[in-house]
Write a protein that binds this ligand. Sequence first.
Ligand SMILES: *Cc1c(COP(=O)(O)O)cnc(C)c1O
Length: 408
Amino acid sequence: MRRALPKVGRDWPAVKAEMLGYASGDVRWREGKTAVYVFNAGADVEQVQKEAYVLFMSENGLGPAAFPSLKRMEEEVTGFGLELFHAPEDARATITSGGTDSITMAVKAARDFARKKRGVTGPLNIVLPRSAHPAFDKACALMEIEVRRTPLKDYLADPAAMAEAADAATVMIVGSAPNFPYGLIDPIGALSDLAVARDLWLHVDACVGGYMAPFVRMDGADIPPFDFELSGVRSMSADLHKYGYCAKGASTVFFRSGELHELMVFDVRNWPGGRMVTPTLAGTRPGGAIAAAWAVMNFLGEAGYRRKHALVTEARERIAAGVEALGFTVLGKPQLGILAFTRADADCVALWAKLRERGWFTGVTTEPKSLHLMLSPIHAEVADAYLADLKWALEGSPAAAGVEARYS
Ligand SMILES: *Cc1c(COP(=O)(O)O)cnc(C)c1O
């Protein structure tokens, strides 16, 4: 919508009031009615995110010499991740702008590994379970890598199907911990065995679970090994702005060694502006996102994450039991923050649309059609209200036929 910039500006209170007016139609996530897009860890975390972000909002992660503060905070944040994910001594990590960025950069490093270290010259491919995130397709589109998605078995990656799809031109195989559509952790141990046996690069996409799984395991959840503990894992992605409860614009990408991490880095000298070395595609990197991540992690600490994640687990267990009592089947055995559930005789996409009438904005999964929730600590407070509204939606005649399930 093309329009002219206002000839003269207005004062900030007027501008602010108008912005807030625009927001009146947005989902009411602070009330806990949104179970996609937003991670609501409570007002305490939100305050830390905001104040830390604003303190370093103008600083630029592109210039570590100018801003040793940001360099130090990045090293400490990635250090927490290296420790949580059992990384070996030589492992290296970088803060990126998000999961898609982390994944794209891992694919870039794996692509360069295939070309430069293994001498692969022809077309390249990547082998993914059908449930892997579209970020891999985007990275492969940029780098002209063929995407081979393999069928799932019980909603999980099937190592046998992936073994069959992989060949000498495979730059990476992928497992998710957990996958986004079902919230289930792929059999990463078996994928690691495959990677070791065939000398393949295994990337673990822990974007949505990486900063939750270690803490719920401490509280007794039976989470199988999924990180650098497994020798076949060469890289991992884990989003700070999801279950790390950090401000948006922050994820982490990890490599088993400094040598593999080096393959990600860009080092450009052939222009008159001086040598430019950047760990990722980004030039300017928002200092606020790095600072907010550092602040939230130090604010919560291990005990804080355990406390917040315990609320997510409580919400998930209550909702799983509640939807089963309503005749739904939960897909697989979710152990983290996401669950999907279906009922053969109900149109779940229509139910999803009906629940929106009552202010609930959640996800939907298409294979099979199911309702999909990505839960936050706040949902422990509203689980019963959701279940009551789901019952209402189920009893009414879902009239929203023809609604398309999509994220856009
Ligand atoms: C969210 C997500 C991504 C992508 O992360 P963005 O921060 O949205 O770019 C990748 N993989 C999984 C499993 C995710 O849930």
